[in-house]
Design a binder for this molecule. Structure first.
Ligand code: ZN
Length: 176
């Protein structure tokens, strides 16, 4: 495990040192297990390898034994925590995506409910419009049935009258 992170220099750009190759020389901090926390100066073009013509020089003395013992363990714990944090962030994103999907589905359902409500209202209005017409039809048929019945009764009455007294005039004459 070796990681080298840069430590920004407070020098102004004009005061910056230049390497032979023309690249800037910057101060870095090593986070390797052998040299944890030890600062060095190196060309920005080649800070990871020494002895290839670019500037490279330790600034601090060797890290003390206690530091070598403690710092790598702390770094491992820190990296494990960073990994955990990354995992939590990913899970959070997944949950957020699911939540968005649920929200979208909810909106779709609400729209469908709205459409169904509209259809229901239209159906109810149609039914309300149909009922009086049905009543009217029933009323008309009852009326015609009653009239027909009345006509039949009247005809029956006339017929029975005629059968009982055929030729009412002669009967009148007989009475007189
Ligand atoms: Zn260089």
């Amino acid at each position: 495990m070796s990681q080298i992170s840069s430590s920004s220099t407070s020098q102004s750009p004009s005061a910056r040192k230049l390497c032979r190759c023309g690249g800037y020389i910057k101060t870095w901090t090593s986070w390797t297990d052998l040299n944890p926390g030890r600062r060095f100066e190196a060309c920005e073009m080649s800070r990871r390898s020494r002895g290839n013509g670019h500037h490279w020089e330790w600034l601090d003395a060797t890290t003390c034994a206690r530091g070598k013992e403690l710092i790598p363990g702390l770094l491992r714990r820190m990296r494990a925590m960073e990994e955990e944090l990354k995992l939590i962030e990913e899970q959070k994103k997944e949950v957020e995506d699911k939540l968005k999907m649920v929200e979208r589905e909810k909106k779709e359902l609400e729209y469908k409910v709205g459409e169904l409500g509209k259809q229901k209202r239209v159906l109810e209005e149609n039914r309300m419009g149909q009922r009086p017409r049905e009543n009217r039809i029933w009323g008309v048929s009852f009326l015609s049935m009653g009239l027909g019945f009345l006509v039949i009764m009247m005809m029956l009455c006339i017929l029975s009258n005629w059968l009982t007294f055929p030729g009412g005039n002669s009967k009148k004459r007989m009475i007189n």
